[in-house]
Design a protein around this ligand. Sequence first.
Ligand code: FES
Length: 94
Amino acid sequence: MEDGDRLFIENHEQEIILGLMVDGTYFAIQDVCTHDDGPLGDGDLDGCQLICPRHGARLDIRTGEALTLPAIIDVPAYLIRVVEGIIEVGIPTK
Ligand code: FES
């Protein structure tokens, strides 16, 4: 992967995770905006901020924090690591 590339990962519970690389580091957040449930995957990146393509909310891809309106609720962020070339995403159990 290169900076700005995206991965879409579906887990066993149908939750879509968006994996992104910025400055050589991988990050993963839920691919659903908390404002109106829109997908985030096509949003533009501005540094570590992902801009929701529907209404423009900015989310920090490192933490999932909702930085600007109209989103006010953070999206889940997931631990991510690369082990021997394999990308692993830590998804908490319920
Ligand atoms: S759905 Fe993301 S800002 Fe509205």
